[in-house]
Design a protein around this ligand. Structure first.
Ligand code: SF4
Length: 942
């Protein structure tokens, strides 16, 4: 029998002897020698990531890496966070010299996608691209330049220079990353006015962990040990999922649920909690809108505008049980003072016109709805969870510190917002946010204030930093003066919304771009693929939303400006976009005069680009892990080796491009132009305005760290050198960026970080219309949809009327698609894409294990080998995300079967917190529960 290890050992022995060494074990020892060691990490979207690593360098090359295991515990008496790492991180160095690596600027010479390339000089590449940018500006204006957002596959320092040049200075547009990757949680936003409070620091204090729309065994490899360790101290871990997921095996209980029916289950749990009076009355009364009064005639909140001439539209009311009167709900605080609002009952009040109406608290409306429609028995008919199991879950949640560890899966369902709103209702009734060990998981960024400060500076140095910090403070104060009930968080949100409205931000909600330019208008208007509860066509909703100016500033470039130049930097548009190549190559690509990919590897998008520019890999440039409140560290990834071949850091690439644009603009006599917001933009001194005279990436990063210290977020004395030495530096303050202020909490030394404390402990209002966690939405469209309260709705038949639902999730072997072709990873699974299918379903269709099948729907077909598994629910098929389309036989992947539907209701605006600001409220594309069929194909796999 073949024994690989014996053969390897023999080869090593022969090699050792050939080198005159004594034995193979000396050769083995020699293999692990190194010249230098560097602190590194992987600055990708493996959220929360930031694992500290060592990279060992020998003869100028990274020979291997090792987890550093150097983070301390979140808090005393908690298990520490180490070792922190994953199999992708442990084999990262293999990708520095992989076959997919791009080492020189490449210019397309054949047709797009034909695979014919010419190696050209940097000067030629930058000249051609600079001319294409100037052509686009002259022909159609700067908004014809699009920077497609990246989820940081190129590292955190990939995104910033691209935006600074293309968006901030030239006036191009940046597609919102949270729509592009769809990690936006609309249900959280509807409820809290923000999608991303992060509370995973308190994981070890959790008593009930609901693993619900989450698969941490794949997605949280460095921190999954907390789930296992919690169980030793009695924490219940319960997995709720359609399939017996890889995480279910590690849970105490597994609750199978029909795909997309989780709202029914959560609402039935709420029904039990209310019926059995297990809810936390204090939390419900001071944190939520459930005590606010609703008119039974109009189904709208009772407002001051109803009660008096000229009354406010955003003043709401309680019925005070102490005084027996209807009283104003305070807007500036959640504290109730002497008022005790009623939760149940019906009341009568007179209006400004002298008429009388009946009103009742939202809680009463909810209680009746749950009683009528969502008893555990009625929910059983929808979600197929036994009523006894529903009651067991409800009672546990009501009596324990509960976390719903929802990942980024739920937001990818058409009615994911309804499921999220139902789950948050469960947490609200049981007082399960704002204290350690409770809440949800989400993602956020922030605390590394330096890049944001630099963006506002006009010259380098600390004096200019002080000016920028003072100016930011002054702007925030203006909003507080305008409305004294405005908190710091609300002021920060108002100021970014203002920038968007004026068209000055250049971040766009890309759904409008897809609708106008990428062919999605036809898909979204197909009634048979859409939501049967829509009363009008998608076009009608779109027309109304735009006509009322709800999306002003965010719906650019608009149908009249054709996209001309598109940059993908460290991303993979043709893999990621729902609708994929079917939509983009057909509708968008013909409009583009220049498609540029900047990446360290050749991915599917690069294969269809006009230029591919080689970027330095993560160990070849200084960069950082994505700073976030889950780790509270600024983790460095140092330059362990110089960039391979002719590759350069993105800072270098875009700095040189700025220089070239300045040079070509002078030669062509283009000095300035006006963008659609009426702002005059100059091309003079472009390079200085890009760099403020800083050329070296290390100097730029040093300036950022100094500025972050000046903002108070890093300890005094922290420098780039001190971070390089230790590998990371702890954040001591969250900072002033809107993404950190929405955490609504402080960093407290020796305690886990817990979001939402300002609301729960200090009674600061939420940034919603009602200034409370809002479960009742009386926007006209929500009333039209019957979604004023969370309800269950069936998944639309997206893709056509076919018998299987295609679901997905993050894979185990790659961060997005970037590690998928790493040979080490390929050896840890079948080495090719596969689709999981239930054994009985496969048997009924005579499909064998590893047989390639045709998966199809109205959008098209793909070919994929099957992995048969009884863990998959009958009627469900699963293809985990991340396989490169070119790994499939016809280069078509699951994205090509998704019509990329968005939920029409998410176009709603003009209502309190329903307005766009970066990475928040906007329509996002759906890719879960796409309808498909499976058929055998003749012949073997190609
Ligand atoms: Fe950690 Fe992400 Fe690196 Fe894995 S890839 S070791 S999760 S930083």
């Amino acid at each position: 029998m073949f024994d690989a290890s014996a053969t390897m050992a023999l080869r090593q022995l022969q090699s050792a002897q050939a080198k005159g060494q004594k034995s193979w074990d000396d050769a083995y020892r020699d293999k692990w020698k190194w010249d230098k060691v560097f602190r590194v990490s992987h600055s990708v979207d493996c959220y929360p990531g930031n694992c500290p690593y060592y990279a060992y360098v020998r003869d100028g090359k990274v020979s291997h890496e090792e987890v550093a295991g150097s983070f301390s515990a979140h808090a005393p008496n908690e298990p520490d966070r180490n070792p922190m790492g994953c199999q992708k991180g442990c084999s990262w160095s293999q990708m520095l010299h992989g076959k997919e690596r791009v080492l020189h600027p490449l210019k397309r010479v054949g047709e797009r996608g034909e695979g014919k390339w010419q190696r050209v000089s940097w000067d030629q590449a930058l000249t051609d691209i600079a001319d294409a940018l100037l052509d686009a500006i002259q022909e159609a204006g700067p908004e014809s330049i699009i920077h497609e957002s990246t989820p940081a596959e190129g590292g955190t320092l990939a995104m910033w220079p691209t935006d600074r040049l293309l968006v901030s200075l030239l006036g191009g547009l940046h597609t919102d990353v949270n729509a592009v990757i769809n990690d936006f949680q609309p249900g959280h936003y509807i409820t809290w006015g923000k999608f991303n409070p992060v509370g995973s620091g308190g994981m070890f204090r959790t008593e009930l962990q609901l693993i619900w729309h989450w698969n941490p065994v794949h997605t949280q490899i460095p921190s999954f040990h907390f789930t296992a360790e919690n169980r030793y101290k009695g924490t219940d871990a319960i997995t709720i999922a359609p399939d017996y997921s890889p995480s279910a095996i590690h849970a105490d209980k597994y609750i199978p649920v029909r795909p997309g029916t989780d709202a029914a289950l959560a609402l039935a749990m709420c029904q039990v909690i209310i019926e059995e009076k297990l809810y936390n009355e204090g939390f419900v009364k001071d944190q939520t809108d459930l005590p606010l009064l609703v008119r039974t005639d109009t189904r709208r909140f009772l407002r001051a505008s109803d009660m008096e001439e000229g009354g406010r539209e955003d003043q709401f009311y309680f019925f005070d049980t102490k005084s027996g009167e209807i009283v104003e709900a305070p807007r500036g605080t959640l504290a109730l003072g002497k008022v005790d609002p009623a939760l149940e009952g019906t009341f009568e009040t007179s209006l400004a016109d002298g008429t009388f109406v009946e009103v009742m608290p939202v809680f009463e409306v909810l209680r009746r709805r749950l009683q009528d429609e969502y008893t555990p028995e009625k929910a059983h008919a929808i979600c197929e969870v036994h009523p006894d199991a529903t009651r067991m879950l409800a009672r546990k949640a009501a009596s324990k510190r509960t976390v719903i560890g929802m990942g980024m899966n739920l937001c990818k369902y058409y009615h994911g917002d309804l499921m999220q709103r139902s789950m948050l209702l469960l947490l609200a009734l049981t007082a399960n946010w704002g204290r350690a060990g409770s809440g949800i998981f989400s993602w956020s960024a922030g605390s590394f204030e330096g890049p944001g400060i630099f963006a506002s500076k006009q010259r380098p140095g600390p004096e200019e930093t002080a000016r920028v910090l003072a100016e930011n403070e002054r702007i925030a104060e203006l909003f507080k003066v305008e409305d004294p009930t405005t908190t710091e968080e609300i002021a920060a949100i108002e100021s970014v919304c203002d920038i968007v409205r004026q068209g000055l931000g250049n971040y766009i909600a890309p759904a409008f771009f897809w609708y106008d330019h990428c062919g999605y208008r036809d898909n979204w208007n197909r009634r048979e693929w859409g939501d049967p509860s829509m009363k009008r066509s998608f076009d009608e909703y779109m027309e109304e939303a735009r006509g009322k100016g709800w999306w002003q500033g965010a719906d650019r470039p608009g149908p009249e400006i054709p996209p001309r130049v598109l940059f993908e930097v460290g991303g993979n548009f043709l893999r990621r976009q729902r609708g994929g190549q079917n939509m983009l190559l057909k509708h968008l690509w013909p409009k583009l005069k220049m498609m540029v990919t900047v990446d360290w590897r050749m991915n599917t998008t690069g294969l269809y680009s006009d230029y591919v520019l080689p970027a330095a890999q993560h160990y070849e440039k200084i960069t950082f892990g994505i700073p976030n409140p889950s780790t509270m560290q600024l983790t460095v990834s140092d330059e362990a080796t110089p960039p391979a071949g002719e590759s350069k850091s993105e800072w270098e690439i875009f700095r040189l491009l700025a220089k070239k644009i300045e040079e070509r603009a002078q030669a062509r006599g283009v000095v300035e132009y006006t963008d659609s917001a009426g702002r005059v933009r100059s091309l003079e001194n472009l390079h200085y305005r890009m760099s403020l005279g800083i050329e070296d990436l290390n100097d730029l990063v040093s300036e950022w760290i100094d500025d972050t210290v000046a903002a108070g977020c890093l300890e005094e004395g922290t420098t780039l050198e001190s971070i390089k030495k230790k590998g990371f530096a702890p954040f001591i303050k969250l900072g002033k960026s809107v993404l950190t202020l929405t955490q609504a909490s402080d960093i407290k030394p020796g305690e886990p970080f817990v979001a939402m404390r300002y609301h729960v402990e200090d009674k600061q209002p939420y940034p919603t219309l009602t200034r409370r966690a809002q479960f009742y939405i009386d926007h006209d469209w929500f009333l039209e949809a019957g979604e004023e309260l969370p309800v269950h709705k069936e998944n639309p038949k997206m893709g056509g009327d076919y018998p299987f639902v295609l679901t997905s999730g993050h894979n185990r072997w790659s961060i997005h698609s970037m590690n998928m072709t790493n040979w080490v990873m390929l050896n840890t699974h079948r080495g090719h894409p596969f689709m999981l299918m239930n054994s009985e379903d496969a048997r009924a269709r005579s499909i064998e294990n590893d047989e390639e099948v045709r998966l199809f729907n109205d959008m098209g077909e793909i070919f994929v080998p099957v992995k048969i598994s009884p863990a998959v629910r009958p009627g469900q098929v699963i293809i985990y995300d991340g396989f490169e389309p070119y790994m499939f036989r016809t280069w078509k992947s699951p994205s090509d079967l998704a019509p990329g539907m968005v939920k029409w209701l998410h176009l709603a605006g003009g209502y309190g917190h329903f307005r766009y600001w970066p990475i928040q409220w906007q329509p996002v594309p759906i890719d879960r529960s796409i309808r498909v069929d499976v058929a055998k194909v003749d012949g073997a796999r190609g």
